[in-house]
Design a protein around this ligand. Structure first.
Ligand SMILES: Cc1ncc(COP(=O)(O)O)c(C=O)c1O
Length: 398
């Protein structure tokens, strides 16, 4: 072997350090612990990931089947006009806000992808540019890696139990806002189920316009409410704001990968320009299913009723056991103070009876001491989980 060959053999080809170092995606860690701790022969009941296991309504599945073409072409980046008007029609019914389907909306292959693209679209590269992404924490675990892949600086804004787990913009120093490119706002909030009222949204909108940063309001759970009805950030105007919406939760369509970005036409235009570099739109037959879903509200009410039943079941059980739930106003999540205070230890005790729940600390330091129950198993699965908890009695407490 010549010296040149030897050095070629020694040098591993490069990989982005974000893919080789750093933290594991929380669900990968949890799955490893599940394999280690869950008893053999007991079917795990999974409350960890926010992935609905309810049936997608039949009329939506039919719309997809009927749209499968003989000749399949690339879908246009902007999506079919009928998809955009189905979405803007729903938005007007739901929030009373009219959107221009040509300039103020863009379909996304699920909002997860939109979350990932956002920092790339707005964060500048040079030193003078605004490079900070503000993320209230604990948070949906995609905002932060997406910002880091885009080379942004991340400022985590801790949410607090004393604030009802609601984001309080005044707690972020002015100096941070001056260098902020993008604020992630998630209301109703994953993982705590808190939500911001209209005056709070107005305060955030005013701040963004004063300082000149973008707000991306992730409103994935806008249809899963059980008391007060969540507002959209776009009710406070479109300037400097886009909102994300998805069919994954509203219509039990997480496998279809269909969502929307809506709001300020300047950012929509930029994303439309960016998008062809990444891919194209959702397949046209999925768009046909999405049109059927956005055009119908009755099935979304049906989904909500299913989550309401599961929620009542768990809230009653937690109350009987004296376990404390915080926030949890909307979404299908319940934010439970871990009995004994250690969220990871509590989750491990639940894994031993075959229940999979997410430790709050996996979603950010400030989530420590809490666990997130995603009420996504069917009602029968939820009854079985309660039966296991009843049978374990004090065994799941420290
Ligand atoms: C807050 C939040 N945003 C976005 C998503 C992604 O949803 P989807 O990509 O299925 O539209 C999720 C999924 O759990 C979420 O919890």
């Amino acid at each position: 072997m010549s010296p040149d060959d030897r050095s070629a053999a020694a040098a591993a080809p490069p990989l982005n350090p974000l893919l080789t170092g750093g933290a594991e995606y929380p669900f990968v860690t949890l799955e490893r612990r599940r394999r280690e701790l869950a008893p053999a022969g007991v079917q795990p009941i999974d409350f960890s990931m926010g992935d609905p296991r309810e049936e997608t309504p039949g009329f939506i599945r039919e719309a997809l089947r009927d749209a499968i073409p003989v000749v399949s072409s690339y879908p246009a980046v902007a999506g079919q006009p009928a998809l955009r008007t189905a979405f803007t029609g729903w938005f007007a019914r739901r929030f009373g806000v009219g959107l221009d389907p040509d300039t103020q909306v863009l379909p996304a292959n699920g909002t997860k992808e939109a979350v990932f693209l956002m920092a790339f679209a707005v964060v500048g590269r040079d030193e003078a540019a605004r490079r900070t992404v503000v993320i209230p924490s604990p948070a949906y675990p995609v905002y932060e890696p997406a910002a880091r892949f885009a080379g942004a600086d991340v400022h985590l804004a801790p949410l607090r139990s004393g604030d009802g787990w609601r984001f309080v913009p005044e707690r972020v120093p002015e100096e941070v806002w001056r260098r902020t490119a993008l604020l992630w706002l998630n209301t109703p909030h994953n993982p705590t189920g808190s939500m911001l009222d209209r005056p709070a949204l107005e305060r955030v909108a005013a701040l963004a316009r004063r300082h000149g940063f973008w707000v991306v309001a992730d409103e994935a759970y806008a249809e899963l409410h059980f008391g007060a009805v969540p507002h959209s950030m776009l009710e406070c105007g479109l300037e400097n704001v886009v909102a994300l919406h998805t069919l994954s939760k509203r219509s039990a369509m997480s496998g279809y990968r269909s969502g929307f970005i809506a709001g300020d036409p300047r950012l929509i235009a930029a994303l439309r320009r960016f998008r062809p570099n990444v891919g194209v739109a959702t397949p046209d037959f999925v768009q046909a299913a999405a049109i059927a879903a956005w055009n119908d509200d009755a099935h979304a009410a049906g989904q909500r009723a299913k989550y309401a039943a599961k929620r009542t079941l768990f809230l009653e059980f937690f109350a009987r056991r004296g376990w404390r739930v915080e926030a949890s106003e909307a979404t299908f999540y319940l934010w439970l103070a871990a009995p004994g205070g250690d969220d990871v230890a509590f989750v491990e005790r639940l894994l031993r009876i075959g229940l999979v729940v997410l430790p709050g600390s996996y979603l950010g330091e400030t989530g420590a001491g809490f666990v997130r129950f995603a009420l996504v198993p069917t009602l029968a699965g939820c009854h079985e989980a309660i039966a296991r908890l009843e049978a374990a009695g004090a065994g799941v407490e420290p």
